[in-house]
Design a binder for this molecule. Structure first.
Ligand code: GDP
Length: 325
């Protein structure tokens, strides 16, 4: 199958073509990378008419339970959903938090849903890039609501917020005072905070947590001029508050959409993506350079022992790289 045929088949919503295309963008083989680039170029005009929702929360907060319920509701509204993941633990430990168990069983059997676990990768940047490209492939294949899920560890929240239109943070009831150790920076990314497991004997605590966070949000710098971040109670398990999340997404979409902010965010994201691609590619080339390679070990040692400064060492590496060929 040529890249053109693959693009055509993908656009018709063929699942096998989508799977094949994703394998291509996830491959590290240079020939595949080249074909993936051509493919993305071909499908680019058919992407973007979608809403991209990032969802983050610590393991056990209820992300899969929520996505299963929420995805079902969204499909009932006439949409098709793709669920992707950015799992930084696959880069750090080779294992994976998001991929190890069978998740979202009902949704995964639904013809209007497509679920893809986090790609493996040595760096968060690599994992992020593949997810971003997969997102575009899903859009070209006709999926119009995209979820990108991540766990609340490392820098993955920022990465996901930078590839989506709306960022949803899931929290547990309780822990009011220290606000569950959530870093301020991550709260500031949130367009919507969901206090999950608002049910049973946790109900009262959950209500208090909702007001605590509402209060806390007032002291944070709002992410958008057109949207005040919200806090909502949710029971993913009992399916209470799930439909309301979709109402909020639609409100958000129209508030930002009317102001042109979704478009401007996406342009800024594309620009940032271009630079991170450039930086990644240059760094890879630099690290593979022979002259650089021979310097790495002694320079790292000197820097670690305080015999030379990181700035001088960096300059030496770059000088060696420039003198190549
Ligand atoms: P994830 O790791 O964030 O994907 O979390 P899961 O969706 O796997 O949920 C972790 C556990 O919490 C499971 O045993 C769920 O049944 C439970 N859980 C999820 N949502 C709720 C909820 O709204 N209420 C209660 N009581 N339990 C929930």
């Amino acid at each position: 199958m040529t890249v053109n045929e693959l693009a055509e088949s993908l656009r018709q919503g063929n699942r096998r073509a989508l799977a094949k295309a994703i394998t291509l963008v996830e491959s590290t083989n240079p020939v595949h990378r080249e074909q993936a680039a051509q493919l993305l170029d071909l499908i680019m005009p058919y992407t973007g008419n979608t809403i991209r929702i990032g969802i983050s929360g610590v393991p056990g907060v209820g992300k899969s339970t929520f996505i299963e319920a929420f995805g079902g509701h969204v499909i009932d509204q006439g949409h098709t959903v793709a669920v992707l993941a950015v799992d930084p633990t696959s880069a750090v430990s080779g294992g994976s938090i998001l991929g190890d168990k069978t998740r979202m069983e009902t949704l995964s059997r639904n013809d209007n849903a497509f679920i893809r676990p986090s790609p493996a990768g040595k760096t968060l940047g690599g994992v992020t890039r593949r997810t971003r490209e997969t997102m575009l492939l899903c859009e070209a294949a006709g999926f119009d609501v995209i979820f990108v899920e991540t766990v609340g560890v490392g820098q993955s929240e920022t990465a996901v917020a930078e590839m989506t239109d709306m960022f949803v943070l899931m929290l547990l009831p309780g822990g009011g005072d220290e606000l569950q150790g959530i870093k301020r920076g991550i709260m500031e990314l949130a367009d919507l905070i969901l206090v999950n497991k608002s049910d049973g004997d946790q109900q009262a605590v959950a209500n208090r947590t909702v007001s605590d966070y509402q209060m806390a949000l007032h002291f944070l710098h709002p992410r958008s001029r057109n949207w005040q971040a919200r806090v909502q109670a949710l029971s993913a398990l009992k399916r209470q508050g799930v439909n309301e999340v979709w109402d909020t997404v639609e409100e958000y979409r129209s508030a930002l959409g009317n102001a042109g902010e979704i478009e401007s965010r996406r342009s800024a994201q594309s620009r940032a993506w271009m630079w991170s691609e450039t930086a990644d590619a240059l760094l890879t080339e630099l690290k593979e350079n022979k002259a650089v390679k021979s310097l790495v070990e002694p320079l790292e040692r000197d820097v670690m022992q305080g015999k030379t400064t990181p700035t001088i060492a960096a300059r030496k590496l770059i000088d060696a790289f420039r003198k190549r060929s």
